[in-house]
Design a protein around this ligand. Structure first.
Ligand code: AHG
Ligand code: MN
Ligand code: MN
Length: 335
């Protein structure tokens, strides 16, 4: 019988054989996975637990928080604060950074997360997820401050997401390709189900919220118009469309069978570069996609090269199958 490889074993081997994961990072990833397991069980309770619907609060982005946004945020903080592997955390649901309380030892890593991505899908029983990104704290000063988080995505040391769908699946990179783990509920552990995920370079599937079409910029409109023209148009092939409204679920589909995902800048809020957040949505997803052979840009530059200036900074996102992302990017850059 072929032995199943648990997440724990995978991480131990990555540490031992490849030296890719220092012990502290390994602990961090185990703890994040454990927190995701708890969130998964909370999600599954649905109406049977007190987890559905809106809370009576707003987050720093001015969005009404769902109960699960708050629960997932608390689970991640409680799980991660005592292990000694972290200096601080930052989250979509918290305005400032959360410094590890001084009753616990301070570690050298910084953890950022979108505790619950796709919140509008919670109450309608559609896939949602948790997205996370790990950085190393700069070691040139004691203590930790918000500025320590403002590192380009290329500096990430680990990134991933957990999707709560028909299965609960954890997808992870530490810079050595992308691995996928499925939660075995009977065993209570994540089991390696796919190694070295690859995104096909070409695709016939795009994901964008079409209801915003009238607000888009010309390059995005041109690209989608060409897709919609199908076989008879300049692309010479028919395209299919998907939009789940959970970035996690849209990116998971793209990592599984290819595609392009876009949440571009639009005229509704012209002062904002986009809807999605750079530090805990775009950066981790961009790194996963690149590690799987895809590409990720904001239309002008590689997402991972953007120098952040704010924790909750927004960004325009175009990611997925390489040739399509390059095409949309070229429409933005050509004169
Ligand atoms: P969140 O639930 O963390 O606020 O993120 C939702 C994001 C993203 O997951 C998704 O792609 C997008 O918002 C959907 O936005 P629209 O409802 O504007 O399509
Ligand atoms: Mn999100
Ligand atoms: Mn969220």
């Amino acid at each position: 019988m072929t032995q199943k490889v648990s997440l724990t074993r995978y991480l131990v081997e990555q540490q031992r054989v490849d030296g890719l994961i220092p012990a502290q990072l390994r602990l961090l990833l185990e703890v994040v996975a454990r927190a995701c397991k708890r969130i998964s069980f909370a999600v599954n309770k649905g109406e049977l637990g007190d987890v559905m619907g809106a809370a009576e609060t707003q987050n720093v982005q001015g969005e009404v928080q769902k109960k699960l946004d708050i629960i997932a945020n608390e689970v991640l903080i409680e799980a991660n604060e005592w292990g000694g592997h972290l200096a601080a955390m930052a989250s979509e649901e918290m305005e400032g950074i959360y410094v590890v309380p001084n009753r616990y030892p301070q570690g050298e890593y910084l953890l950022m997360f979108d505790p619950l991505d796709g919140s509008s899908n919670i109450d309608v029983n559609v896939s949602i997820g948790t997205i996370f990104s790990v950085l190393k704290k700069p070691d040139d000063h004691p203590g930790v401050q918000e500025a320590d988080f403002l590192q380009a995505g290329a500096k990430q040391v680990a990134a991933g997401y957990c999707i709560y769908g028909p299965q609960t699946t954890l997808v992870l990179t530490v810079g050595d390709g992308v691995a996928q783990f499925t939660l075995d509920r009977e065993q209570g552990s994540f089991v390696l189900t796919q190694e070295n995920l690859r995104i096909p370079e070409d695709t016939k599937e795009f994901a964008i919220n079409m209801s915003n079409m009238r607000h888009w910029d010309a390059p995005v409109k041109r690209y989608i118009d060409e897709c919609l023209a199908g076989k008879e148009g300049p692309r010479g092939k028919d395209f299919n469309m998907r939009w789940i409204a959970s970035m996690v679920a849209d990116v998971h589909r793209i990592l599984t069978r290819g595609g392009i995902f876009m949440y571009p800048w639009d005229k509704r809020e012209p002062e904002k570069p986009g809807k999605l957040r750079l530090m805990y949505e775009a950066n981790p997803m961009a790194w996963l996609v690149e590690q799987a052979g895809g590409a990720a840009t904001n239309g002008k530059e590689r997402i991972l090269d953007i120098a952040p200036t704010k924790l909750h900074q927004r960004v325009s996102v175009i990611l997925g199958s390489k040739n399509e992302v390059e095409r949309v990017t070229s429409y933005h850059t050509e004169k």
